[in-house]
Ligand binder design. Structure first.
Ligand code: AMP
Length: 198
């Protein structure tokens, strides 16, 4: 199974991706986590990405596209994957399709978690406040959840990521799920739509 999870900040993408991967026994590839880790360990990718991530801006397409190409060639992806946070622009979505074509693979579904803008805002700000109180190094590195950049992240979601919905809708690959409910319910709805529930 090859899946993409789409949604704005605070839509529950990472929680749902994690649970889906556990359920399906496939690998989760989260572009946000990859970038945060790269920044924390100061790799070449981290150096390139940091100025964008800190401001809540999108990392330039060519950097992410090349990285994802390499990532999807790794052997752990053979059984399938869930991409979380990628693609985030129409260009990334097209490039992902080209890459899959090269690999003779197909995307099964793009799952869109829809939540109202006010929920994106309150969940993201709450997350950043929780992290401010938490002093573990891994959560400290979530520099992209500072409350002052949340509105910009939401704006970019509407500007750059929402157009992808049409791209997948046109290809009949889009599953839209109400993300504004308890996460167990969201997971059940996803499994039901994927016809994986019992
Ligand atoms: P996330 O945790 O998915 O919200 O990602 C955190 C940050 O990483 C974003 O605000 C962007 O700066 C960057 N990022 C993650 N995924 C992408 C992507 N597919 N394209 C561009 N930038 C990204």
């Amino acid at each position: 199974m090859r899946l993409v999870i789409l949604g704005g900040p605070g839509s529950g993408k990472s929680t749902q991706a994690r649970q889906l991967c556990r359920h399906l026994g496939i690998v989760e590839i989260s572009s946000g986590n990859i970038l945060r880790r790269a920044i924390a360990s100061q790799t070449d990718l981290g150096h390139k990405a940091q100025p964008y991530v800190e401001k809540g801006e999108l990392v330039p397409d060519e950097i992410l596209i090349e990285f994802m190409r390499q990532r999807l060639l790794q052997p752990d992806t053979a059984k399938g994957w869930v991409l979380e946070g990628y693609p985030r622009t129409a260009f990334q979505a097209e490039e992902l399709d080209f890459l899959l074509e090269d690999l003779n693979q197909q995307l099964d579904w793009a799952i869109y978690l829809t939540v109202p803008e006010s929920v994106m805002m309150t969940r993201s700000v709450a997350r950043s406040q929780n992290q401010a109180q938490d002093s573990t190094p891994s959560t400290k590195s979530r520099l992209d959840d500072h409350p002052e950049i949340v509105p910009r992240r939401i704006e970019l979601f509407y500007e750059r990521t929402v157009p992808i919905l049409e791209y997948y809708g046109y290809r009949q690959k889009l599953l839209t799920i109400n993300g504004n409910q308890p996460s167990e319910q969201v997971q059940q709805n996803i499994l039901h739509k994927l016809e994986l529930d019992d």
